[in-house]
Design a binder for this molecule. Structure first.
Ligand SMILES: NC(=O)c1ccc[n+]([C@@H]2O[C@H](COP(=O)([O-])OP(=O)(O)OC[C@H]3O[C@@H](n4cnc5c(N)ncnc54)[C@H](OP(=O)(O)O)[C@@H]3O)[C@@H](O)[C@H]2O)c1
Length: 243
């Protein structure tokens, strides 16, 4: 395959609200030879034409195997997984340090920081070295330490802050072998999804995005990123946020 021919894209967490919308938009755009949809449950409702692959964030072998199944050069990797609450496991964002529970913290860190880091471990070496490629992970503005004036949501905020630091670290390391690559964290805005549903009462009216709206913004941000942006945290409107 020549340097100019298109490569493939893979979305981890393609069953989620934003992940599915990103996958659907990538399919519609048709800029990639294939769009892979990595999901926990390959029976999930996925956009037509996307190639389902199975993985879970806590199974490194499955992450590696999913990436092994991609035969074309990997031009775009998006990690759209995430965990904020899960009543079945007693996981809810903490309003106070009094609510801290080590098991909940470990689960949230595993989903939001360790899992995406394992995807990076296996995806970054597979990026092409001779052309632009992007590894983008959905983080959150609340993971910005410099932007934090409200407090609360300890495990989620800290896990996303850790993710932002890992992205910065990976960008530095990746630049040595892949000077044309971009490694970035993205804030999708507040988006109507299962993840945000219990907290939408606090959203200023008119500022809740549909998943498709957010996906459109995020793909525009991704398209505009250059290697000079690598390591940064970017909002849905392209604004660079403090780490
Ligand atoms: N929605 C918002 O307002 C908002 C705001 C800021 C940041 N974000 C970030 O944006 C990202 C996507 O959020 P969303 O609103 O689209 O959430 P969502 O609809 O709840 O989707 C979450 C996705 O993560 C996957 N996932 C969770 N744990 C997993 C695991 N252990 N292994 C594999 N997959 C796992 C889910 O898979 P299953 O379908 O199998 O459960 C699902 O695909 C998250 O990182 C979130 O923190 C969202």
């Amino acid at each position: 395959m020549s340097e100019t021919s298109p490569g493939s894209a893979i979305v981890f967490g393609a069953s989620g609200a934003i992940g599915r919308a990103l996958t659907a938009r990538l399919m519609t755009k048709g800029e990639h030879t294939a769009v892979y949809a990595a999901v926990r449950d390959t029976g999930a409702d996925l956009p037509r034409g996307a190639v389902p692959l199975r993985f879970t964030l806590d199974d490194e072998a499955a992450i590696s195997a999913a990436l092994d199944a991609v035969s074309e050069p990997l031009d775009l990797v998006i990690v759209a997984t995430g965990l904020l609450h899960d009543p079945a496991r007693g996981i809810a964002p903490e309003k106070s340090w009094r609510a801290l529970d080590p098991a909940v913290m470990a689960a949230v860190y595993a989903a939001n920081a360790i899992g995406p880091a394992l995807i990076a471990k296996h995806a970054l070496p597979r990026l092409p070295r001779d052309r632009r490629a992007v590894f983008a992970v959905l983080s959150a503005k609340v993971g910005s330490i410099g932007d934090n004036r409200l407090g609360g949501w300890h495990a989620y905020r800290a896990s996303k802050a850790a993710l932002n630091m890992l992205v910065r670290n990976f960008a530095i390391e990746c630049a040595r072998s892949h000077p044309l690559a971009v490694v970035a964290a993205l804030h999708p805005g507040t988006v109507d999804s299962a993840l945000s549903a219990p907290f939408q009462r606090a959203v200023v009216p008119g500022t809740l995005f549909s998943p498709d709206q957010s996906a459109g913004y995020l793909l525009d941000v991704i398209a505009a990123l250059t290697p000079a942006d690598s390591g940064g945290l970017f909002a849905w409107d392209g604004r660079r946020l403090p780490g």
